[in-house]
Design a protein around this ligand. Sequence first.
Ligand code: RET
Length: 276
Amino acid sequence: MVEAALGGDVTVLETLVPLQADLIQGDQLLSSSLWVNVALAGLAALLFAYMGRNVRGDRARMIWVVTLFIPLVSISSYLGLLSGVTIGVLEMPAGHPLDEAISQWGRYLTWAFSTPLILAALGWLADVDRADLLAVVAADIGMCLTGLAAALTTSSLLMRWVFYAVSCVFFVVVLYALVFKWPVSAEAAGTSEIFSTLRALTIVLWLGYPIVWAVGIEGLALVESAGLTSWGYSALDILAKYVFAFLLLRWVADNESVVESAGSAAGTTGATPADD
Ligand code: RET
């Protein structure tokens, strides 16, 4: 019935997705970059569930929950890529160095879920005010979705890079908050030590993503291998998600009282002058 309504489209999908899955399974470098993350995300989820078992405070539990969802979103994302559902072989527009490229567009889509979790955890740790957090998360989602648009645009090379540039502008908003605004709040909340470690990790690693996009097969194709491009993202993911979340959760579990008093302290921040 659905098939009748859509004409041949359903059949096209039925044959395309298995072909795309075969494409991944047939490339060892590519498939290993995805399976490693499924395995690590699974282990991380179990470990995080265990690490947070004694966390009782309201704020600490909020941070724990979002931290736990980081690997859970990751598993779904990587299974989407492995199954062939969220990848595509796209014909590149005139002027692109490659005629066609495998786009792992599902990555950009699921970052719109995972990166807000990372920012929420960081924002709560630093006790930033809600409007600030909302603005940064909105910019972050904008960054991911315009990155998705850049990857999916096949009509014009210029438009791909215009979307890329817009995504970078959103990214600058996120970086601005992380570099200049949130440290002030973290200082007032008494969490500045762990915050600076996680902030440094986040800034350095997140900068790697647009670089991988630009040099990888979807951008300038200086790296022409789909497997290597995918490993670029996968390696960044391992550090930016699981290592980041592990460090955060370990600190929160050991310093619950600091996290709780940050939430109840007068400092809803922003007003304190920066001294970092
Ligand atoms: C894109 C391409 C367009 C320009 C920019 C990008 C930035 C992506 C970033 C992704 C971070 C992802 C993380 C995922 C964890 O699950 C979309 C690659 C600026 C910063 C941390």
